[in-house]
Design a protein around this ligand. Structure first.
Ligand code: IMP
Length: 184
């Protein structure tokens, strides 16, 4: 039985292969390890897209870690942002006085992250930093600080490695560009 998945017809092409993702996560983890030292770090993953990155990143971190998730979405069932932030799950642990790493799958307009950072900063962590695997710089609306960024990508709708379109494709081990006719 082969474990290799066929590329679905909805995928135009593979943008970031599995091996390249692994390199990027290695690089991100090495930087986080170097910057945060030995103190406990609370990883806060943004549901649901960042689940895969949070799991892979966490296993490369050398300090004691906790893992929590927050649930927000700025997209409905499609590929067009609603511009609103909907809360599905709030933080389950106390972060006041703690070191926190917010883990996001992709920074698109940056609206989601900017709002999340403001919410978390209001909880008075000792230190808050943000990590995202992918960045679409062409789509940015306003300033958002992301200390640990994996890769800049073009303005295309991508899926895989946790990223979805209408809850599909999260399980692809690579990042692929979704054909435009799928969401047009
Ligand atoms: P932002 O607020 O516009 O930065 O949107 C961030 C969120 O939109 C991400 O956490 C993703 O859930 C979603 N998103 C943005 N671009 C893509 C994409 O290309 N594929 C899948 N989800 C995306």
């Amino acid at each position: 039985m082969s474990l290799t998945q066929a590329v679905p017809v909805e995928i135009e092409r593979v943008l970031v292969p599995e091996a390249r993702i692994a390199e990027l996560v290695d690089e991100l983890a090495a930087r986080v390890n170097g910057d945060f030292g030995d103190g406990e770090l609370i990883l806060v993953g943004v549901l649901t897209g960042a689940v895969v990155l949070a799991a892979d990143l966490m296993r490369r971190l050398t300090m004691p870690c906790r893992l929590d998730f927050i649930g927000v979405s700025s997209y409905g069932d499609g590929a067009v942002s609603s511009g609103r932030l909907e809360w599905h799950k709030r933080l389950g642990c106390e972060i006041a006085g703690r070191d926190v790493l917010l883990v996001e799958d992709i920074v698109d307009t940056g609206v989601t992250l900017a709002r999340l950072q403001a919410e978390l900063l209001a909880m008075r962590p000792r230190r808050l930093a943000t990590c995202a695997l992918l960045n679409k710089p062409d789509r940015r609306q306003g300033e958002v600080e992301v200390e640990y960024l994996g890769l800049d990508i073009p303005d295309e709708f991508v899926v895989g490695y946790g990223l979805d379109y209408a809850q599909q494709f999260r399980n692809l081990p690579y990042i692929g560009i979704l054909r435009r006719e799928v969401y047009r």
